[in-house]
Structure formats: structure tokens, C-alpha cells
Design a protein around this ligand. Structure first.
Ligand SMILES: [Zn+2]
Length: 226
């Protein structure tokens, strides 16, 4: 009996040592993953702010970020590719191109274009939008808008289509913000497959937030009501 009990003790204490060891390993791994994920994320946040995206500029930024996180440049590169599916230089070129294309066909006066650009920038910041930001397309196809019974849409590839014909700036802004809320909901995995019917919670949230933030923006920019 005594021998068996001792064996039990040994097994028990052995097991707990192993499990403590595993626990420490696990926790450390998770901490490392967490830190590395934030290293890739920090790089993704900073890359689009580079004025030039040549080899030297990207390399210098990567050195700073990797030092900051105590990993080497190669590791940062690999973490980035694992998370964003592109090398940092390809990725940032795509993002920059996308941001330049943000305003494409459709909006005619340069003043309105600028007002819309400013509003989009403000909205992205307000919603804490993560990359990739959506690409906007503005359409004057009223027939299609009527057929679709809608003033805008968020497509599955992450683009936003906004109908602008015969609509004033504030209405256009409301649609832009509404669709941006969907983009953010998508980033936060808040939209399930059947969640987008009229009046659904995700729709109600987009309407409510658009209404609220247009008021806030309008107070700061009364010219949009002219
Ligand atoms: Zn919607």
C-alpha cells in the first residue's frame, strides 16, 4: 500500500511538474505570438505613413519595428507575410494604390471631391478602421440604384459603391458612413451570413451611427449643408 501511495505521489508530482512546465511553455508561446502579432500589426500601421516606399525606407522602418519588439528583421518579415499574405513592399504598394484610387469616377466638381475625401478620412479615423481600407466607387447610374432600392452597397470584396446622382452631399455622406460601419463590422467579425436583412441589428447599428456622426461632422463643418 505504502509503495503504491508513493508511486501515486511520484506520478502526481511528476504530472504536475510536466503540466506546470507545459503551462509555462504555453503561456510564453502565447505571449510571444501576441507580441509578434503586434509587431506585424505595428508594421502594417506604419507602412502606409511612409512618404517613399522604396527599399531603403521600408528596410529602415522594419529595423525600427523589429528592434522595438526584440525580434530580427527576417522574423518580422515572416510574421508580416503570414498575417497579411504579401511581402511588406508589395502590400504597402497595393494599399497606397488603393488609397489613391479611393475617389474614382463619378464625382464631378473638385470641391465636392475634396469634401468627400476629407469626410472619408475623418470617418476612417472615427471608426478606427484597420487596413485594408475599402475602395470607393461613385456611380451616377440612377436606374441601377432604383432597381437595387439602395443608395450604396458594401461588396464582398471590400469595396463600397455609392450612388450620387441627384443627391446632396449630406445624403452621400450618410451613405458613405453607413457603408463604412459595415466595413468595420466586417473587420470585427460582427456580420454573419444572414445578418444583413433590412432592419437587422447590423443595419440598425449602421443607420444609427451614420445619423449620429453626420450630426457631429456637420457641427464641425457647417459648409456641407450648403
Ligand atoms: Zn447597410
Amino acid at each position: 500500500m505504502r509503495a503504491a501511495a508513493a508511486l501515486d505521489d511520484r506520478v502526481a508530482s511528476g504530472t504536475s511538474k510536466v503540466s506546470i512546465f507545459l503551462y509555462v511553455i504555453n503561456t510564453t508561446m502565447r505571449a510571444i505570438e501576441f507580441l509578434s502579432e503586434s509587431a506585424a500589426k505595428e508594421l502594417a500601421d506604419k507602412l502606409p505613413t511612409l512618404k517613399k516606399t522604396d527599399y531603403n525606407a521600408i528596410d529602415e522602418l522594419m529595423q525600427r519595428v523589429s528592434q522595438h519588439h526584440g525580434i530580427d528583421g527576417k522574423k518580422l518579415h515572416d510574421l508580416f507575410v503570414a498575417k497579411y499574405k504579401d511581402t511588406p513592399d508589395t502590400w504597402v504598394k497595393k494599399i497606397k494604390q488603393r488609397n489613391e484610387d479611393t475617389i474614382s469616377e463619378g464625382v464631378e466638381t473638385p470641391e465636392d471631391q475634396q469634401k468627400i475625401k476629407d469626410f472619408i478620412q475623418w470617418s476612417l479615423k472615427t471608426l478606427n478602421m484597420q487596413q485594408p481600407h475599402p475602395k470607393f466607387e461613385f456611380s451616377r447610374d440612377t436606374e441601377q440604384a432604383q432597381q437595387d432600392h439602395r443608395t450604396g452597397m458594401h461588396t464582398s470584396d471590400g469595396n463600397i459603391l455609392v450612388y450620387i446622382e441627384n443627391r446632396n452631399l449630406v445624403d452621400i455622406f450618410r451613405t458613405i458612413f453607413h457603408e463604412l460601419v459595415h466595413h468595420r463590422q466586417d473587420q470585427l467579425n460582427m456580420i454573419g451570413p444572414d445578418d444583413s436583412y433590412p432592419g437587422s441589428p447590423v443595419e440598425a447599428m449602421a443607420d444609427m451611427m451614420a445619423g449620429k456622426y453626420i450630426k457631429i461632422y456637420g457641427k464641425q463643418h457647417p459648409e456641407i449643408f450648403q
